[in-house]
Design a protein around this ligand. Structure first.
Ligand SMILES: Cc1ncc(COP(=O)(O)O)c(C=O)c1O
Length: 403
């Protein structure tokens, strides 16, 4: 059997559709982010990164870097085992304590990524709560979809952000244990869920509420506790899930909730039990990042100012972008080949790196550039980006479709 032919055939299909993914070979430089070096065709050049999920530049924050270096020097590199077998380090426990405090919950549990935390928690809840039904927003992230699928629990999709539809579907499910899974900030459209209404519907039906705040932790709320903190609703949500890999600038994921809930997932989730724990130095750095963002609003303030500046400049230049209340600015292209072409020209001619976002990350026909301004982008960076996009808009006659 020629397995390579099978592989190549499907890769060729992806390429023909324009959906083949190509990495940008970047070297992030601590101290000068969002500038990075791009390695291409044997050459190295400086580029400005405009699509990073290190939303606040905490990956190069001095305190965070120092915490990681010091922990590597004291604890070494790896955790040395799963959490149950020699891999639990004091830094993990301190971080879990920090996370529980951030969200005002009794407990927290760490995972190796945000993806794994969603997958492990939802697969465990769905499989282990007898007769459970999981009601999932139709635009939930792949990690939630896969976790629910793996649980084999009954699943009901509700219309995106439509709490009335959720209410109707909860009614229809009747007297069974119900878990409602949704996100706060949706990563590709940047829209924010009507959390208060959803929580009220969950409470009315006695459903367990599960929110993914991956794109909000560190970013929203006076202490970076996410949109649930900003709205004063964290105490009414049963489970808050987040990542350490985006605004906190490290890697890893977590859930927070009641002590019983976290202990339940800790005791039954294969995605927690059977994998090596996060390096202690990552836990130390993440804890430093969380502590910093609990105390300081500076990064959030500067980042919000840059988001507003870029939106205003795009409006003035007539470049269509999706309206939303978050930090994510989707500039719509609407075609995978054009989207890649625009991204390539920005990189090659302008030294601007924005990865094209194509299917299956977004629906076909809604291909886009997903721009995430950070606190460290300068006015000159913003001008440069808008000038480049304006020139491209004229040159390529890009077909845009703004929802
Ligand atoms: C909504 C959402 N949840 C979870 C994840 C996974 O988080 P992580 O990157 O930490 O694995 C992502 C990743 O981008 C995401 O967009």
């Amino acid at each position: 059997m020629d397995f390579d032919a099978i592989f190549q055939d499907q890769l060729d299909t992806l390429k023909a559709e324009g959906n083949y993914r190509v990495f940008a070979d970047l070297e992030r430089r601590c101290g000068s982010f969002p500038k990075a070096a791009n390695h291409k065709d044997g050459k190295v050049r400086d580029v400005t990164v405009w699509c990073s999920n290190d939303y606040l530049g905490m990956g190069q924050n001095e305190t965070v870097v120092k915490a990681m270096v010091e922990a590597v020097q004291t604890c070494g590199t790896g955790a040395g085992g799963t959490r149950n077998i020699s891999g639990t380090n004091h830094h993990h426990l301190l971080l879990e304590h920090e996370l529980a405090d951030l969200h005002g919950k009794e407990a927290a549990l760490l995972f190796t990524s945000g993806y794994v935390s969603n997958w492990a928690a939802l697969s465990t809840l769905g499989a282990r709560i007898p007769n459970a039904v999981i009601l999932s927003d139709e635009k939930n992230h792949a990690s939630m979809i896969e976790g629910i699928r793996h649980s084999r629990a009954d699943k009901v999709l509700w219309k995106h952000n439509d709490w009335r539809d959720l209410d109707r579907k909860l009614h229809a499910v009747g007297d069974r244990p119900k878990v409602v899974a949704f996100e706060s900030v949706y990563s590709m459209d940047g829209d924010i869920a009507p959390i208060r209404e959803i929580v009220e519907v969950c409470e009315a039906h006695g459903a367990l509420s599960y929110i993914d705040e991956v794109h909000a932790v560190g970013m929203y709320g006076p202490h970076g506790g996410g949109v649930t903190e900003e709205l004063g609703l964290a105490h009414r949500i049963d489970l808050i899930e987040g990542t350490l890999g985006k605004a906190f600038g490290c890697v890893g994921g977590y859930i927070t909730g009641s002590a019983a809930l976290c202990d339940f997932v800790r005791s039954f989730a294969s995605g927690f039990i059977f994998t090596t724990a996060l390096p202690p130095a990552v836990a130390a750095a993440a804890a430093a990042s969380i502590r910093h963002l609990k105390q300081s609003d500076e990064e959030r303030r500067m980042q919000k100012a840059n988001v507003a500046k870029l939106r205003a400049r795009l409006d003035r230049a007539g470049i269509p972008h999706m309206a939303n209340d978050s930090h994510i600015i989707p500039v719509m292209i609407g075609d995978p080949v054009k989207c890649r072409m625009v991204s390539n020209i920005l990189m090659d001619d302008w030294g601007i790196y924005v990865q094209p976002i194509n299917y299956p990350t977004v629906p076909k026909g809604t291909e886009r550039l997903r721009i995430t301004p950070g606190p460290l982008h300068s006015d000159a960076d913003i001008d440069h980006l808008v000038t480049a996009l304006s020139s491209l808009w004229q040159r390529c006659a890009v077909a845009h479709a703004v929802a």
